[in-house]
Design a protein. Structure first.
Length: 80
């Protein structure tokens, strides 16, 4: 799996206003911004992202995924 494939999988399962994916083929990091995170705790946000990966996590195609998850308002408020 490559970054473009992982990006496409997450984007197809979760409406994202911003999505960045980086990694080495097994260990990944992602920044995911979605309205779907509104009102959710961190664990629920991560569960939403993991749900898009389905069997790919269970089959170890994606060994590790570290995430930063934001609502669009949280993302807009971050200093850059």
């Amino acid at each position: 799996m490559n970054a473009e494939q992982l990006h496409a999988i997450i984007a197809s399962g979760l409406a994202c206003t911003h999505l960045e994916v980086d990694g080495d083929g097994r260990h990944w990091s992602a920044v995911v911004v979605s309205e779907a995170f509104q009102g959710l705790r961190l664990i629920a946000r991560h569960q939403k992202v993991y749900a898009t990966l389905g069997q790919k996590i269970q089959n170890d195609e994606v060994h590790a995924l570290s995430m930063k998850t934001y609502t669009p308002a949280e993302w807009a408020a971050l200093p850059r």
